[in-house]
Each structure stands twice: as structure tokens, then as C-alpha cells.
Design a protein around this ligand. Structure first.
Ligand SMILES: *[C@@H]1O[C@H](CO)[C@@H](O)[C@H](O)[C@H]1NC(C)=O
Ligand SMILES: *[C@@H]1O[C@H](CO)[C@@H](O)[C@H](O)[C@H]1NC(C)=O
Ligand SMILES: *[C@@H]1O[C@H](CO)[C@@H](O)[C@H](O)[C@H]1NC(C)=O
Length: 245
């Protein structure tokens, strides 16, 4: 009986803190880039993008904040050519479902801030931040380019943190203990509500101290990735050239 009471009590605490954190305004925006070659090796697509493309712009709290606020591509008509180039749907290049998903899941929550309270503001801000960061250029400057050779995670992270002055969150395809390498998949750069760069939270300690730990961190957006392991070499896969046999 006693353990039931404890479970009930814990359930109540979890429920109330989830409710209170759901009401809380987000404090951080996470601009997520993914590496098309890695994504396509997991999802069986083919892509000839040889640069980091946008995955999304995610507030740190809230998911699907207003499901009745429907995505409408005609509101961002002027942005579509840029969206197709830098925020492509790697699985279905001609479809708008990826942007629709990002808007419904994350954009409607980001829109609680005045600076992002329309679809046009949200998508154009994401593109603007993406260009400002120029992740490809930053990595290239440190000679971190797609290659058959492996990199040290510290060098990848150092290149980014030295350039931006903040810590990124770098994710790799989940690997087994015995793997000799891990594949670079996703890089997140964080901003505050004024769009100033901010450290992303990396360590478990920081993650556990988050006030919204009940609502899982948005990394479940792609279950195949986890934070890269500093002790395992990093593979940054080059563009796969089609083989004609
Ligand atoms: C990728 O492929 C498409 C269609 O095959 C082509 O139009 C485009 O120019 C290619 N892009 C690059 C960067 O090679
Ligand atoms: C949700 O979005 C709809 C459509 O834009 C809007 O009319 C409504 O006020 C929004 N609801 C909330 C709670 O913001
Ligand atoms: C999408 O937005 C356009 C432009 O504001 C509007 O004319 C159209 O009715 C909207 N479509 C839907 C399905 O809401």
C-alpha cells in the first residue's frame, strides 16, 4: 500500500510540474542542422546536398502549441526557393510535409514570441540565423571537411565554439560500444529570445537540472541520434558518388 501511495504522489508531482512547465515561455531556440549524407544513410534516401541543411528551429519548451494554426505555404511563397535549397525535405523533395510538420510541432510554440508570431517571421528567421551561422564555412576554415579520414570530436566542437563563442550540441548516429567510429549527424546551435548566441546544454548534469526535464528534450525528433561520444573518432561522410557498374 505504501508504495502505491508513493507512486501516486510522484505521479501528482510529475503531472503538476509538467503542467507548470508547459505554461512556461520558452527561453532558448535551437537551430538544428543535419548532414544530408548521414540522414540519407539512415533513411534510405539519395541526396546530392554537399552542405549542412536545416532541420528546424525549436524552442526549448513546448510541442504543438496550437494545432489549429495550420501551415499555409502560400504565406511563405517568397521564401520557397530558399527553403528548397537550405531547408529541403530530403525524403520527398517536392513535398511541403516537412515544413508543415516543423511549423505544427515547433513553430506554433516559437510563435509565442512576438518576433516569430507569423509563419513568415518564423521561417524567415530560421533562414536568416542559418545564413548568419554559415556552419559549412566555419568547419571548412578549420579544415573539417567531409572525408574518409576521421576527426576528433574535440576538433569539431572546438572549431564551432571558437568561432561562435558558445558550445554547440553535436549528435552522431547512435553507435555500439565496439564501434571504431561514429557518424556525424546533427549540429545544434542555440540562441536566446533576443537571437543572441547561447550555449546549448550538453552534459547530463545540465540536462537533469532543466526545469522541463519531464517533457523530454526535443532530441527525440530523430531517435537514431545521440550526443557524440568524445572518446570515439568522428566520421564526416562525403557525398556518395553513384557507382555505375
Ligand atoms: C542535385 O540533383 C538535382 C537533380 O538531379 C540537380 O538539379 C542539382 O543541380 C544537383 N545539385 C548539385 C549540387 O549537384
Ligand atoms: C491558434 O491559432 C488560431 C489560428 O491562427 C488562432 O485563431 C487562435 O487564436 C490560436 N490560439 C491560441 C490559443 O493562440
Ligand atoms: C493561405 O493563405 C492565403 C494568403 O493569405 C489565403 O488566401 C488562403 O485562403 C490560405 N489558405 C488556407 C487553406 O487557409
Amino acid at each position: 500500500m505504501k508504495s502505491h501511495a508513493i507512486i501516486l504522489c510522484l505521479g501528482y508531482v510529475l503531472l503538476t510540474s509538467a503542467q507548470s512547465s508547459a505554461k512556461k515561455e520558452w527561453t532558448k531556440l535551437i537551430l538544428t542542422h543535419h548532414w544530408p549524407q548521414t540522414f540519407c544513410s539512415m533513411e534510405q534516401c539519395t541526396s546530392n546536398f554537399s552542405y549542412w541543411t536545416l532541420h528546424g528551429l525549436w524552442p526549448n519548451t513546448g510541442i504543438e502549441c496550437n494545432v489549429s494554426w495550420h501551415f499555409n505555404a502560400s504565406l511563405i511563397e517568397d521564401l520557397l526557393p530558399e527553403m528548397k535549397t537550405f531547408w529541403p525535405n530530403l525524403l520527398k523533395p517536392e513535398s511541403i510535409v516537412f515544413w508543415k510538420h516543423e511549423w505544427t510541432k515547433h513553430g506554433t510554440c516559437a510563435a509565442k514570441a512576438e518576433a516569430l508570431d507569423t509563419q513568415h517571421k518564423y521561417f524567415s528567421k530560421a533562414l536568416e540565423l542559418y545564413h548568419k551561422l554559415d556552419l559549412d564555412g566555419i568547419l571548412k576554415k578549420s579544415n573539417i571537411v567531409p572525408s574518409e579520414n576521421y576527426y576528433k570530436l574535440a576538433d569539431v566542437e572546438g572549431s564551432i565554439s571558437n568561432s561562435y563563442g558558445v558550445t554547440p550540441k553535436i549528435q552522431c548516429v547512435s553507435h555500439t560500444k565496439e564501434s571504431e567510429f561514429q557518424t556525424l549527424g546533427q549540429i545544434e546551435i542555440c540562441f536566446d529570445r533576443q537571437f543572441q548566441l547561447l550555449d546549448c546544454e550538453n552534459s547530463m548534469g545540465e540536462l537533469q537540472s532543466r526545469d522541463n526535464e519531464i517533457l523530454p528534450y526535443v532530441s527525440n525528433d530523430h531517435p537514431g541520434f545521440s550526443v557524440c561520444d568524445a572518446s570515439v573518432p568522428v566520421y564526416y561522410p562525403p557525398l556518395q558518388t553513384p557507382r555505375f557498374l
